[in-house]
Write a protein of this length. Structure first.
Length: 189
């Protein structure tokens, strides 16, 4: 089965199949190998923390409701250059509730500070707003001390909405949304 993907000028976001997510729940580091993606020699333990539970939960949601695939899967972020290096992931936590979906994302430390996550999130948000009319806003919860992640959300057009204990909540609304990117986005038809 071919993977569904979104492309920008520097990145490809690739959606693993439900079978790959179930397998990754047993061994998260094997996901890149199953998807035939290259991995860095540097092992980022922080990046892989809690991935088993996340992949298992996503796979179960998709198995029960295949229509939720694109809004639940864990889009793998891959460099488009010759390396095809797997650098992170982003995605949503399921179908919209009252028009809202929650965004989650992680980038391997060695790729921080290069604009990759801003590019990936912008592409994914554009795709969702263009193809899912029932999604009217996207929220993201960020730890208060995570200044870099907050800056990513600001560059993507998210607005700080409220504070929760230890977290800040950011929201991006579809009404009047203009993507803040210079990169062309190619989506599957």
């Amino acid at each position: 089965m071919a993977h569904i993907s979104l492309s920008t000028s520097r990145l490809t976001l690739v959606a693993p199949t439900v079978d790959e997510l179930f397998a990754a729940a047993k061994n998260p580091r094997a996901l890149a190998q199953m998807m035939q993606l290259s991995e860095s020699d540097i092992i980022d333990k922080q990046y892989y923390r809690n991935k088993r539970d996340i992949y298992q939960a996503k796979a179960e949601i998709i198995a029960d409701n295949p229509e939720a695939f694109l809004l639940t899967t864990s889009w793998q972020i891959v460099l488009r250059d010759e390396s095809k290096l797997h650098i992170g992931e982003c995605g949503f936590k399921g179908a919209p509730v009252n028009g809202c979906i929650e965004l989650g994302y992680a980038l391997k430390r060695e790729f921080w500070g290069q604009g990759y996550m801003t590019e990936a999130i912008t592409a994914l948000c554009c795709y969702v707003f263009e193809h899912f009319a029932d999604v009217t806003s996207i929220v993201a919860k960020v730890k208060r001390r995570n200044h870099a992640s907050r800056a990513v959300l600001e560059r993507c057009g998210f607005v700080h909405e409220k504070k929760w204990p230890g977290y800040m909540v950011w929201r991006l609304r579809s009404s009047g949304y203009v993507p803040l990117t210079l990169h062309p986005i190619k989506v599957p038809s």
